[in-house]
Design a protein around this ligand. Structure first.
Ligand SMILES: C[S@@+](CC[C@H](N)C(=O)[O-])C[C@H]1O[C@@H](n2cnc3c(N)ncnc32)[C@H](O)[C@@H]1O
Length: 233
């Protein structure tokens, strides 16, 4: 499996992780930079945004030139709802040119889609579901933004929701899910792999290449990073 590196935007290092609003805007800038570099001139290819949540990444992909389907187990939610200040509003099935599907990604067939962003999703799934997703999408460009477990990181050590484990030979942690808008659809626990374990999962799934977006950035739980699997060359 080939490993490539792409530069992403470098954000100033701060002593504490940014709050959710700033973090989302930094992640949107990273995704926009990634799209410009990997897909400089999209021709209306179909992309499926898995775990689309509030829909901001799906909207960005749509504006960049993809035809976008957004999938989430929850109805589309907004930042205001996540903060508990607004009620969920029913949305039309096609909204701003994006088709919305309410479904569990584990039961959703991605084969009709050329490009698969899974942004802020995989670390909310158990290990077996992450592996299935990596196998099901192998050969198609897959954009993953995920928490990365680092047992030596003070933020990970301080987090009582993370329990270090070795599962099936893969290092990582089990994370107790919260049930809030940002969390797993219905799992109580998810698997957070280390960086090396994630690369091993990609190898096991038959991925041809992994592109690392450097530098990594931080969430309140430690390192977080973007990967593009089987990027077009
Ligand atoms: C952390 S939020 C990510 C939202 C957005 N993609 C982002 O990165 O800001 C995780 C989203 O994944 C959804 N989700 C979690 N588990 C899911 C599953 N098994 N099937 C479909 N959606 C799921 C949640 O409902 C939530 O909207």
């Amino acid at each position: 499996m080939q490993i490539h590196v792409l530069p992403g935007p470098a954000f100033p290092r701060t002593a504490t992780a940014p709050g959710p609003t700033l973090a989302t805007s930094m992640r949107l800038r990273s995704f926009a930079a990634l799209l410009r570099q990997v897909w400089p001139a999209p021709q209306g290819e179909c992309a499926v945004d898995l775990g689309a949540g509030h829909g901001m990444f799906a909207t960005l992909a749509r504006r960049h030139g993809f035809r976008v389907t957004a999938v989430d187990a929850r109805p589309r939610w907004s930042a205001a709802q996540a903060l508990g200040v607004a009620q969920a509003q029913p949305r039309p099935a096609v909204d701003d040119g994006i088709a919305w599907v309410q479904a569990d990604v584990r039961a959703f067939d991605t084969t009709p889609f050329a490009i698969v962003p899974a942004i802020g999703l995989t670390y909310h799934l158990p290990l077996a579901a992450q592996r299935d997703l990596l196998v099901q999408t192998a050969g198609r460009p897959t954009v993953i933004d995920t928490e990365v477990f680092d047992a030596a990181d003070p933020a990970a050590i301080a987090c009582d929701r993370l329990r270090p484990v070795r599962l099936d030979g893969l290092e990582g942690a089990l994370c107790r899910e919260t049930g809030n808008y940002w969390s797993a659809a219905d799992d109580q626990e998810s698997f957070w792999s280390t960086h090396d374990a994630f690369l091993q999962m990609c190898r096991d799934a038959g991925r041809r290449s992994v592109t690392l977006i450097e530098p990594t950035y931080r969430s309140q739980f430690g390192p977080q990073r973007w990967y593009v699997l089987d990027a077009p060359r």
